[in-house]
Write a protein that binds this ligand. Sequence first.
Ligand code: ANZ
Ligand code: ZN
Length: 702
Amino acid sequence: MTTDYNPQEFEKKWQNRWAEDRLYEVSEDSKKPKWYALTMFPYTSGDLHIGHWYAMAPSDVHARFKRMQGFNVLHPMGFDAFGLPAENAAIKRGIHPYKWTMQNVDNMRRQLKSIGAIYDWSREVITCQPKYYKWTQWFFLKLYENGLAYRGKAPVNWCPQCQTVLANEQVLGSGDCERCGTAVVRRDLEQWFFRITRYADELMQHEGIDWPERIKIMQRNWVSKSAGTDISFALGHPAADDKEIRVFTTRPDTIFGVTFMVLAPEHPLVARLTSPDKKTEVEAYIAKSRRLTEIERLSTEKEKDGVFIGAYTTNRLTREKVPIWIADYVLLGYGTGAVMAVPAHDERDFAFAKKYNLPIRVVIAPPEWQGDKLEEAYIEAGTMVNSGQFDGLHSEKGVEAVSDFLEEKGWGGRAVSYKLRDWLISRQRYWGVPIPMIYCDKCGIVPVAEKELPVLLPEDAEFKPTGESPLKYNEQFVNTTCPECGGTARRETDTMDTFICSSWYFLRYTSPDIDDVPFDESNVKYWMPVDLYTGGAEHAVMHLLYARFFTKAIRDIGLVDFGEPFSRLFNQGIIIAQKQKMSKSKGNVVNPDTYVSELGADTVRAYLMFVAPWEQGGEWNDSGISGISRWFNRLWKLLLEPYNPDGTVNNEIRLGLEQALQRDTHQVIRKVTQDLERLRFNTMIAALMGFTGRLNGVKEGR
Ligand code: ANZ
Ligand code: ZN
């Protein structure tokens, strides 16, 4: 018997044996306690890279640990398969997206099987298959029935390169498309939305779930709730029916310092209020601001500019006439789309007033203020001055006093605003789930009948990135009959954002083959919620927020009885190479297949656990993995040498080892157990390496 560590001799053999014995297929009737260990499923981009391994190997180690502790562990795997890359591949290489995707699935599944994980492959889900997306469509109908899906016109983020609409979450801070880097522009389109804003408050709360603090903070900042006051300014304009303009402010205490008002360029009152002599200038400004994304408009670097529209409103508290401007730093979708500008106490208003020579009136006195002009906006609290009956009040008290006064007079009241917008889910692309809606000239918007699901994505489509859905040109698909009146009608040709597919896949794993309902209710009761969910932190305000929304929505529809899908969340870091993120263009991609075939899957797994604390991530390093390989060789010798060459036990060596290190062994077991519970894989490996060293010492009589 050789004592060299040759994983090629046994890894494949055992992996095949596990599969034959269906060792890791789990069922719901086990007497053991359940454990649902979920790793974010990969996107079908082609090859499993080392980043995937970094996400999957340590989480599998943890799942195995739970299994060894006596849990009935569900550890499923599947593929997130719809989306732009497949469609772009179709356009570029002339290969059908389905074919391209399924080839990638085959390859990635083969690679995933080499990891040596305990995935229950009998539960695989692939989101682009009709048996899956039938239910994605079904959920859409449920959301529609319950007022959580609606159609509306909206200024959208449009990527001229990808020729599609993007969610806010898919636009980078620079205002560029997350995918291709092209500058995103604004466009008005009829789109489908999910009413995620209805859950704004609940999405900010993370009670009862064990999630990293920074993800919770990111989600809260994304939803961003502001408590403030709505204030009505009087309008007496012949061209407008409205008798008021409402603003949202967090600083009602500054109401006496208002010297102008700013409306969002898209505010519905702008067209009616603009005076004839300002029309050309105003329209040009509106056209210009349409080309900017929300992020650009809010950027602090961008110079604040705007246009006076030639109209006035009245501050009811001071009875002063206030000139109305438009400026793109005011967004239509936030608050009321109108701002009372207080240049003395707001930085943006200050810059704006300086630029256009508008008055700056101090109403909150800075400490030791002598009535002199401000060099910059004073945004802190202070004593109210120049504020009529409120003079002398501390501004924090003033917020309440002014709000009370406004409420008494019926001129406004306390209000909250959220930064979160409804989730725009329409995509003008082919490779996605068809939205199961029909347009009839007589009946309007009519949902497809449940029994007609799935609305199949037709195989033949013309891929022209024209900005319109390729399905629009597929007459067989488009032309249908109205489910209500039986007349001729047209199908919706947009497809769904792929983040809908991944908003419920964790439910489908519990009963992937069931065909009369999206999931088996008792199986979901048994497995859900997910006990440990692991994946990248980049999903904080996308997938992780959407999945929470989706779960809450279907809870309220009565389909599940819990509102949080993932009890514990853990985000691993990323693996870099040569100090940089791996990418094909940089040529620093580490291909896991090569290492697996040379050194074995366990070596790669152990190295990835050892390289750094899992949540931090670290740098791939060839000498590091050789170190692991040497350790395994040493360990192998240590384990096999107590056996005589004929395979019988050499009791002398073995007992010696056992007795000498009994205490040490138990200490190491405790350390490993604790580290595994906390997902501290690197210190666990270090402890085992140290232990190997001490065992060797005993054996060699040191
Ligand atoms: C008057 C004022 C005076 C304000 C002052 C601030 C300081 P947060 O905290 O982010 O909620 N605002 C309101 N609606 C807006 C919109 N649609 N687009 C851009 N800005 C908007 O900010 C609330 C403040 O942002 C509001 O309070 C308003 O300016 C501005 F000394 O009103 B404030
Ligand atoms: Zn009809």
